[in-house]
Design a protein. Structure first.
Length: 306
């Protein structure tokens, strides 16, 4: 689950100056404005809004890439992985250009957001982000349609996506990118050996991912949390709740493809006729397939029912 964009707003007024020069006055009548580029009203321009989203007593650091135009725009909540080094904000920019608002936030206890990190908290934080976007005043300010929110998650963010979509019937579409079936992996480890060995193996794996950006947690504590929730946190346990949703399942050569393919097959076997699968020959961070990944996501979003 290794996760391998500052932002600038540019504006120019050169054409207005050139239009007033003698040479240009002779080239065009004063009433000819065909050479001028229409500039959207300031209120309708693409922008970035920052905020803090309340979740169970803490304020999560967040931002929204707001699409150009009056809207209302459909929206994506983009969920990062463990610990979240690859944030996929290039995808967020691409989705905004395609007319989508995109919310990115840091779970409690991650990357400077106050609180303690845990998988349970991440699930709660995803629900809190959904509730935030659905507030009428927030939706109005961000020019988004609160009835058209899609969850997209990478790695552990895919786990959060599956949990969040399964718990919220109003989410009609979700996408997972190299999703980590945290509950399913823990369940398999427990089935293959004694519980202490499984906990040790999971704890070591989590520690190996690098936990410096996370606070209020330990590898052992997170492993124990997974062991306590294997019955309800596996992807297979969510198939019944998700079998009528539009789903995009993207996999890579990172060792997680088999789990993603199995999840897709389970959804189809349950009657889901709207499952799209894409495999890209790259690493977990899609390091050399970013354009291809973006194309797959944008193509799927464009095909969703309006």
């Amino acid at each position: 689950m290794h996760q391998r964009t500052t932002f600038f707003l540019l504006a120019a007024g050169v054409m207005a100056c050139l239009a007033g020069t003698p040479g240009n006055a002779q080239a065009r009548p004063a009433t000819d404005s065909s050479h001028l580029v229409a500039t959207p009203k300031h209120a309708d321009r693409a922008s970035m809004e920052t905020m803090q989203i309340p979740s169970h007593g803490a304020l999560m650091n967040a931002l929204v890439y707001v699409a150009a135009g009056a809207g209302p725009h459909p929206a994506v909540i983009l969920l990062h992985g463990f610990p979240g080094n690859e944030r996929n904000l290039d995808l967020a920019q691409d989705m905004r250009r395609a007319g989508w608002d995109v919310l990115y936030f840091n779970y409690r206890g991650s990357w400077g957001t106050p609180g303690d990190f845990s998988f349970s908290h991440g699930i709660e934080d995803t629900a809190a982000a959904l509730a935030y976007l659905r507030q009428p005043d927030v939706a109005r300010k961000l020019r988004l349609d609160p009835t058209r929110i899609v969850l997209i998650g990478h790695s552990m963010g895919g786990f959060m996506t599956v949990q969040g979509a399964a718990a919220d019937p109003a989410i009609k579409a979700f996408a997972i990118i190299s999703a980590a079936d945290m509950g399913g992996t823990m369940q398999q480890m427990l089935a293959e050996g004694q519980k202490p060995d499984a906990l040790h193996k999971m704890s070591a794996g989590l520690a190996n991912e690098g936990m410096a950006p996370l606070s209020g947690c330990t590898p052992d504590g997170l492993a124990s949390e997974l062991a306590e929730h294997t019955a309800t946190w596996t992807f297979s346990s969510k198939v019944g709740a998700l079998k009528n949703r539009n789903a995009l399942i993207v996999t890579s050569d990172d060792g997680l493809a088999k789990a993603g393919e199995s999840f897709a097959a389970n959804l189809r076997n349950a009657g889901d006729t709207h499952v799209t699968t894409v495999h890209l020959p790259t690493d977990h961070a899609y390091s050399d397939q970013r354009i291809e990944l973006s194309h797959a996501v944008l193509q799927w979003l464009a095909a969703l029912p309006k």
